[in-house]
Design a protein around this ligand. Structure first.
Ligand SMILES: Nc1ncnc2c1ncn2[C@@H]1O[C@H](COP(=O)(O)OP(=O)(O)OP(=O)(O)O)[C@@H](O)[C@H]1O
Ligand SMILES: [Mg+2]
Length: 268
């Protein structure tokens, strides 16, 4: 199998919609027949909850396994509980509490930032697209995600000061250089998240777009705010495609999914 496209969903803000974005992109890619693996590096276990699952207690059954010196390439892949046409196309490596100990152990390890990159090189993951969902804090796990990524997608909140995006882009660029990532991961684009209909939010989304574009980063159309995202997630059926198939918000993910598919087409 050709080397996978590894996309880090990067953000320096919590609750922006990283996990929601990852699940919708993953679900849709799988529907298009693209084998996708969503790797949760977060401690909060929301990926498992949003997919109707429990976070495993055994480290070997979680993303923690990918950081273990004993890892033998046997990826612990779980599958969402919801019904889908080709269930085997959308797999999950679940995070949760166990990732706390990974984050605590990593700093003492030589080559810590490259651990995940090395795992992916040594044991190619069983997918064409890997989505890395990381915690909001830019800690050692985020650096691992950065070093392992071929591409980066930046969901941007509407509630923080605009400068948050600037400093994240700066961090990505300077750390890619510091870690000697050749070629550095390519920024696929920014995504304004949870944008409400009111004039203030629409204006703010336009400002965010300008900030990305000033930094030569593409900005995808916004993901609109919609109450059904939370309802769907709470019921463990996060994809709106399943929970409210006719909802207009489903369309918001399409440009991103298309962009990832054209990346794959270019590779093949
Ligand atoms: N477009 C949206 N409109 C309304 N609510 C949304 C939208 N996207 C996500 N949400 C809701 O916002 C909350 C946070 O979303 P999510 O967990 O995906 O963010 P996150 O960035 O992964 O958060 P964390 O930093 O805690 O991991 C969830 O309850 C989710 O259902
Ligand atoms: Mg999350």
């Amino acid at each position: 199998m050709a080397e996978a496209v590894v996309i880090w969903i990067a953000s320096n803000a919590g609750g922006v919609g990283k996990t929601t974005l990852s699940i919708h992109i993953g679900y849709r890619l799988a529907q298009h027949g693209v084998k996708t693996l969503l790797v949760d590096l977060d401690t909060n276990g929301s990926l498992a909850r949003f997919c109707g699952l429990e976070s495993p207690i055994d480290a070997e059954q979680t993303s923690a396994a990918l950081f273990s010196r004993q890892f033998n390439g046997n990826y612990p892949v779980a599958f969402p509980t919801w019904k889908q046409a080709a269930p085997e196309k959308f797999g999950l490596c679940l995070g949760g509490d166990i990732m706390v100990s990974v984050a605590l152990d990593l700093p003492a390890r030589t080559g810590r930032e490259y651990v995940l990159q090395k795992t992916f090189k040594k044991f190619p993951p069983p997918a064409e697209v890997i989505l890395l969902d990381s915690p909001a804090s830019l800690d050692v796990l985020s650096y691992c995600a950065l070093a392992a990524a071929t591409h980066i997608l930046i969901p941007s909140p509407m509630s923080i000061k605009i400068s948050g995006v600037d400093s994240l882009l700066q961090m990505i660029r300077s750390e890619s250089e510091e870690l000697n990532l050749i070629p550095p991961p390519q920024i696929l684009g920014g995504v304004p998240m949870k944008v409400a209909k009111n004039a203030d939010q629409q204006m703010f989304a336009t400002e965010i777009k300008d900030i990305f574009e000033d930094q030569d980063v593409h900005c995808f159309p916004a993901i609109r705010e919609n109450k059904h995202f939370e309802n769907a997630a709470n019921r463990g059926i996060a994809p709106l495609y399943l929970y409210r198939p006719g909802n207009e918000a489903c369309k918001d993910f399409e440009p991103i999914v298309d962009a990832i598919q054209s990346l794959l087409n270019k590779k093949n």
